[in-house]
Design a protein around this ligand. Structure first.
Ligand code: XIL
Length: 581
């Protein structure tokens, strides 16, 4: 009874499952009233006050379930495994899951769950009392399982308690080994991201020779799944201009080549930064100690150095790079200033700031705009992702200041180096206000660390976090790119396990969580187009739905007479492409 892609209802969110699942017990082949044995592990004669029997679903839904009234410690329901052996369970199935219903009379939420085969524990939470979810409704619980080494066909499951009543259904095991066929576009992330019209990207690890070989799995994984790439290090000032006036294009060119061969866009990262910056300007990003025999450069000299670097790099890649992180991480970490002066911000005391002043920022954007007027120019920073954090507010203040000064800033990058438990609502509350400033927004370096390497339960939570951020990105049209900082966990600059693929390029839970999200979004919006196509009356209807060319709904129910008031661009209206000038 193997099912692919069935739904697990997780405690917090509904997410489509990703892996093979085997149902062990759904109780449909029992009869209502059947008694199920309870095993009391410490009772000498096997007797127990605990009782279990098959009943109808307590919420009135069709189907049978197991009803347990626990009245003794260490007592679990005893079921006979059929069709599945202990060996099967040990082989690749890393999780046990089940649906749990507890009546409203249950008030103690923290309960200890156990299950096992024969005398071996599949899952043992000794001394660990876990929140079992709300009462009065079905919730789904998932636990990692230990491999067992037994031939027993007796399966035990339940809560260790002297006073607990609960119902169980759909006891199942879930495979933690998963794969996809990257030669089938439908199974890749890129295919669905393209349909959603979102830039879905990754940082390409530096010095990775593999990415120049299109048959190498690293390159294949990248061009099959992403439509925009960024060099993890290849375009940083230290690598592009290691010596004054001597540029080294080797790795940056290879990155551009990969993108060109596979129709991916490119983010350029980065032109002005304190870290990995021109080593002949500063020894540490802060001290002005490399020019003039260690005495440093003057303001005018440093402005020229900045201008020459920006101009040379952007000119070489003009028309090839969609967008540049012009200035990276220019804010100080301490932004407590916003508590007393809410419209202020503190600049990082980098060599650029120290020698040139805050206007190094303004100049950098102006030089960049002159070098390639078509490029989208980004400011980029970290720790400014969630509304309410001091640095987040400072970043917003800084962007407003730049725009007020008419500086050509077109995009605001949020690095999003995060850990499990992402507050997507706070992220949304932060980034949505940038739409009113007329700039686009991107998640530029997203990674989400877990707490412990190889913990599949945490990979599931991580997938939910990735999904929640993607939901936000798809919801707002001014969010342009969703870029993850690397490909495989083992090559990430962070740990543990922050990315979408494991070291063998196998997709992790987050991969499927994102793919499902993108696919569902694209389907919903493609359905919008089909509606238009099948609705023969549409052409005469006084209202129209307006889609962009990727099928993304731009305006719902626009008065036909207002079509010309749309922003210039290409739209799909009444099944036809319409160019508004
Ligand atoms: C990191 C790279 O991932 C590492 O390989 C390198 O050693 C250091 O830089 N913010 C940024 C990125 O803007 O450029 C950084 O990338 C991560 C933090």
């Amino acid at each position: 009874m193997t099912r692919k892609f069935i739904s697990i209802i997780c405690a917090a969110a509904t997410l489509t499952a990703i892996a093979d699942e085997k149902i062990l017990f759904d109780f449909e082949d029992y009869s209502v009233g059947d008694k199920v044995a309870m095993r009391d592990y410490y009772s000498e004669d096997g007797s127990t006050a605990s009782k279990a029997e098959i009943t109808n679903d307590p919420t009135g839904k069709p189907g049978k379930v197991l009803h347990v009234k626990n009245a003794s410690w260490n007592t679990l329901a005893e079921l006979n495994l059929t069709g599945v052996t202990a060996e099967d369970i040990a082989d690749g199935y890393g999780l046990i899951a089940f649906d749990l219903y507890r009546p409203n009379t249950e008030t103690d939420h923290y309960r200890q769950f156990r299950c096992g085969i024969g005398d071996e524990y599949l899952h043992n939470v000794d001394n660990e009392f876990v929140f079992q979810g709300e009462t009065g409704k079905w919730v789904s619980r998932t636990y990692p399982i230990n491999p067992v080494n037994t031939t027993s066909d007796k399966f035990y499951i339940g809560f260790n308690s002297i006073d607990m009543e609960y119902y169980l259904d759909n006891i199942r095991i879930i495979s933690t080994e998963s794969d996809y066929d990257m030669t089938n576009p439908e199974e890749t992330l890129r295919h669905h991201a393209d349909k959603c019209g979102i830039g879905f990207g990754c940082a390409v690890p530096a010095w990775n020779d593999d990415v120049v070989d299109d048959n190498n799995i690293a390159a294949q994984t990248i061009y099959s799944n992403f439509n925009i790439i960024v060099g993890e290090n290849q375009m940083k000032p230290a690598y592009l201009q290691p010596e004054k006036g001597k540029f080294s294009w080797w790795d940056a060119d290879r990155l551009v080549g990969l993108a060109e061969r596979h129709g991916m866009e490119i983010r350029g990262h980065t032109l002005v930064w304190h870290s990995q910056t021109l080593p002949w300007v500063t020894s540490d990003g802060y001290k002005n100690d490399k020019g003039n025999g260690g005495k440093g450069y003057t303001r005018d000299e440093l402005l020229k150095i900045m201008k020459d670097h920006i101009t040379t790099v952007m000119t070489r890649y003009k028309g090839k790079i969609r967008e540049w992180d012009v200035v990276n991480e220019c804010l100080d970490d301490d932004q407590s200033i916003v508590y007393s002066q809410p419209s202020k911000y503190n600049m990082r005391k980098s060599v650029w700031y120290n020698v040139i002043g805050e206007d190094f920022l303004d100049s950098a954007f102006v030089y960049a705009h002159r070098a390639d007027p078509e490029a989208i120019l980004y400011i980029n920073d970290y720790g400014a992702d969630f509304k309410g954090d001091a640095k987040t507010e400072a970043y917003y203040n800084l962007v407003k200041r730049l725009l007020k000064s008419n500086i050509p800033v077109h995009g605001v990058g949020f690095q999003c180096h995060l850990g499990l438990g992402v507050d997507a609502a706070k992220f949304e509350n932060n980034v949505k206000r940038y739409a009113d400033l007329g700039v686009e927004v991107s998640l530029t370096e997203l990674d989400i660390t877990t707490w412990e390497a190889g913990n599949y339960e945490q990979h599931i939570r991580q997938g939910e976090d990735y999904k929640a951020l993607m939901d936000v990105a798809l919801k707002h049209d001014h969010i342009r790119n969703f870029v993850v900082w690397g490909v495989t966990d083992d090559k990430s600059w962070r740990s543990p396990d922050p990315l979408l693929f494991n070291s063998e390029y196998k997709p992790k839970y987050a991969f499927f969580a994102l793919r499902n999200t993108l696919e569902a979004w694209a389907n919903e919006h493609a359905a919008g187009i089909e509606e238009t196509i099948s609705d023969k009356n549409q052409a005469t209807s006084p209202f129209v739905n307006v889609y962009d060319i990727t099928g993304r709904l731009v305006k719902h129910g626009l008065e036909r007479g207002q079509i010309n008031s749309l922003e210039p661009g290409l739209y799909i209206i009444d099944r036809k492409k319409i160019l508004i000038r």
